[in-house]
Ligand binder design. Structure first.
Ligand SMILES: Nc1ncnc2c1ncn2[C@@H]1O[C@H](COP(=O)(O)OP(=O)(O)OP(=O)(O)O)[C@@H](O)[C@H]1O
Length: 292
């Protein structure tokens, strides 16, 4: 008999305050059954629960795929437990930004995402770590981390909330000094990108590839206030590489020093606080299978 799929649903992701969970569960089970597959659906009860569910599932059964139904935070929790295993990750995007799903061109609509899940191919992609914290899409210190920390305090999610919190953070934000590759630079933002976007088609590293065995480094130095709109426009038109304030390179292993403790960082949009001034970021080539 064909192996079953396990769907792990985050009820708190995206614009999901009023998400009808029994409707979603029925939809996933019925749609999969109609396509001739067996599906089991589990709903998370707290932060990090998805990692626990995945770890137990991988150790106790064989699965065709374990599917994160949520945003980049949910993917991070599921994928962390699938690293270096043969079990592939599936994605049904239902987060606020869905950066990795968009990068992989997985349809945003559940119907299309299920079709991709059942008909797509398995690809071995890179993952990464900031210190010992795994990430799959982007991580960073500076402005994007400040937004992630601010956003985490919000009860609302979704794209509009991201924009509101980004503008709010910008008004109070002060650039930091960061040392990397032998230079100490005033920094608005320093992003480590496995995939190309933060989510919502905000392309921070348009040339990033999840299969090239390296991460893209995007450094944006402080800019005058009038330039913020230009930067925003460039972010959403995939042309940040043409900005005079942005510098790009690629790396496999990078050491970053900052004099601000604790360091506010993010991993896939989830706020992370680091207690060391020395930060190590490294790529783990081909460490995760994804159906896409
Ligand atoms: N049952 C739950 N109760 C509360 N929080 C949860 C639960 N399940 C998961 N979470 C947390 O919800 C947070 C948000 O999840 P996720 O990142 O998937 O959605 P999002 O932030 O709306 O989307 P994106 O990351 O794509 O912008 C994560 O930090 C995750 O750990």
């Amino acid at each position: 008999m064909a192996l079953p799929y396990l769907f792990i649903v985050n009820p708190k992701s995206g614009d999901s305050a009023g998400k009808n969970l029994s409707h979603l569960t029925d939809f996933l089970e019925n749609r999969m059954r109609a396509l001739g597959h067996v599906a089991q659906v589990v709903i998370t009860e707290a932060k990090n629960h998805a990692t626990e569910i995945t770890r137990t599932a991988v150790n106790s059964s064989n699965w065709r795929a374990i599917v994160a139904v949520g945003g980049d935070g949910t993917i991070n929790e599921v994928a962390s437990a699938l690293l270096h295993t043969p079990v592939p990750l599936g994605i049904i995007p239902s987060g606020s930004g869905n950066g990795l799903a968009r990068h992989l061109q997985i349809p945003m609509h559940p119907e299309g995402a299920i079709k991709r899940l059942t008909e797509g191919t398995e690809v071995r992609i890179d993952s990464a770590r900031i210190n010992d914290i795994p990430f799959f899409c982007t991580s960073g210190i500076g402005f994007d981390a400040a937004v992630a920390h601010h956003f985490a305090s919000s009860l609302d999610r979704g794209f509009k909330t991201y924009i509101r919190y980004s503008l709010d953070t910008y008004k109070k934000y002060l650039p930091v000094n960061v040392a990397f590759t032998g230079e100490n630079l005033p920094t608005f933002l320093l992003t480590f990108a496995n995939a190309g976007q933060f989510g919502n088609n905000a392309w921070i590293a348009p040339k990033a590839s999840v299969t090239d065995g390296s991460l893209d480094l995007c450094h944006i130095r402080p800019f005058p206030d009038w330039y913020a709109m230009v930067l925003g426009a460039r972010l959403f038109s995939k042309s940040l590489g043409q900005s005079q304030y942005a510098t790009y390179s690629t790396f496999r292993d990078l050491t970053v020093h900052t004099d601000q403790l604790p360091v506010l960082a993010h991993a896939d949009g989830e706020p992370v606080t680091i207690d060391t001034t020395r930060i190590q970021v490294r790529c783990l080539p081909k460490s995760l299978s994804v159906v896409c």
